[in-house]
Design a protein around this ligand. Structure first.
Ligand SMILES: NC(=O)c1ccc[n+]([C@@H]2O[C@H](COP(=O)([O-])OP(=O)(O)OC[C@H]3O[C@@H](n4cnc5c(N)ncnc54)[C@H](O)[C@@H]3O)[C@@H](O)[C@H]2O)c1
Length: 253
């Protein structure tokens, strides 16, 4: 596994208590980054912080800050930006992993269900990204978590795939505005074994494995590896791009 030197640099990761967000936090922390962890539940964030800290070394603890927030709330994003600045002064990497994936067929989808998914998966990314623009340092990088669903659509998840498709357009647009200071890319995972997919996998795991090229499901650390690459200097000429991490389950043209 490649390692990057992220020491002295600061990662902000949303959805940090989830499968992919946690893997991103672990990997960047291991590679030396300060980490600002955002998710809904403070207890889950405290548990993650304790795991990352891995002992009583105060220098490791000083590299971790947490905040529980509903990022669909613009006020929470404003508060988060203030705390991030207080904790670490600026931002080198922003990885937006917070998201919801709720099976809701179009014929019965309520306006509230549509709005909630768009609020978390799209509005929430805008709220925090916009507020962190003044804190982004020279040579910084943003990675947004889109999805295979953005490219091929999603069954009973029209709101989810719409939010993830819009996130790709958002990614390309802000890459044009924030460069060259900040590179902005997206990752589109296929089916990754995390809490988000646990229900789906009860019925669809075998079919997904069979249809993929690598004949297995993805793991959160494999998405984190793609995120780390896109944030690293190895990706210094890559911006406004999307990286598929799907084991060949869906091959894009
Ligand atoms: N797991 C997959 O197969 C897969 C595939 C494609 C894309 N993705 C995307 O990757 C990202 C991470 O997915 P995951 O599999 O780790 O999911 P997960 O459910 O394990 O984690 C998502 C995290 O986001 C947090 N969250 C939800 N709403 C929030 C809100 N309003 N404010 C703050 N935090 C909130 C949750 O508490 C959770 O910890 C998501 O954006 C997801 O859409 C995942």
């Amino acid at each position: 596994m490649a390692t990057y030197d992220f020491s002295g640099r600061t990662l902000v990761v949303t959805g940090a208590a989830g499968g992919i967000g946690r893997a991103v936090a672990e990997r960047f922390f291991r590679d030396g980054a300060n980490v600002f962890l955002l998710d809904l539940d403070q207890d889950a964030l405290d548990t993650l912080a304790t795991t990352l800290q891995g002992g009583s070394d105060p220098t490791r603890r000083a590299r971790i800050a947490t905040m529980a927030a509903d990022l669909a709330d613009p006020e929470a994003a404003t508060h988060a930006a203030r705390l991030i600045e207080q904790a670490f002064g600026g931002v080198d990497f922003l990885v937006s992993c917070a998201g919801i994936y709720l099976a809701e067929p179009l014929a019965g989808m309520s306006d509230e269900q549509w709005r909630r998914t768009l609020s978390v998966n799209l509005d929430g990314v805008f709220y925090l990204t916009r507020r962190l623009v003044p804190l982004l340092r020279e040579g910084s990088a943003i990675v947004n978590l889109s999805s295979m669903a953005a490219h091929r659509g999603a069954f009973c998840n029209a709101h989810y795939s719409a939010s993830k498709g819009a996130l790709l357009s958002f990614t390309r647009s802000i890459a044009r505005e924030l460069g060259p200071r900040t590179r902005v890319n997206a990752v589109s995972p296929g089916i990754i074994e995390t809490p988000m997919t646990s229900e789906l996998l009860k019925t669809r795991a075998a079919e997904s494995i069979d249809q993929s090229i690598v004949k297995r499901l993805g793991q959160a650390h494999e998405v984190a590896a793609a995120v780390a690459f896109l944030c690293s200097d190895d990706a210094s000429f890559i911006t406004a791009e999307v990286l598929q991490v799907n084991g060949g389950l869906y091959v894009c043209g």
